[in-house]
Design a protein around this ligand. Sequence first.
Ligand SMILES: [Zn+2]
Length: 137
Amino acid sequence: MNGIRGWFRQFSAKLSQGLRAFMAGRYGTDRLNMAILSAGLVASLLSVISPFSSLSMVMFVLSYVLMILAIFRSLSRNTYKRYQENRKFLQIFGRMKDREHRYFDCPKCHQMVRVPKGKGKISITCPRCREKFVKKT
Ligand SMILES: [Zn+2]
């Protein structure tokens, strides 16, 4: 009994060591990956409950694509690029949740400018390059 337990302890230690070595320098998971995985889960659920076989097929393929994408991202060694993807995702997600502001890109330097919504046509001054542009909010 003790022998098996000791062997198992050694085995799991080796396994976690190997896993750590395998994941070293790799990106791991982030909010974007969680979102991709959830979307994949929803897609696979839809593929099961959908009464239309064509939709079910599409959802089935989509769920696999999304899950493979999430695995690819978490195992990726290009951590900078993955980090940027996640940042962009969080930015877009934040904009979608923000109902009190509108977001514009400065036509000159592409700085993101946030202005309150529902003020009609206003002149916006870019905080970075001082470029003025008129937008409807
Ligand atoms: Zn600007």
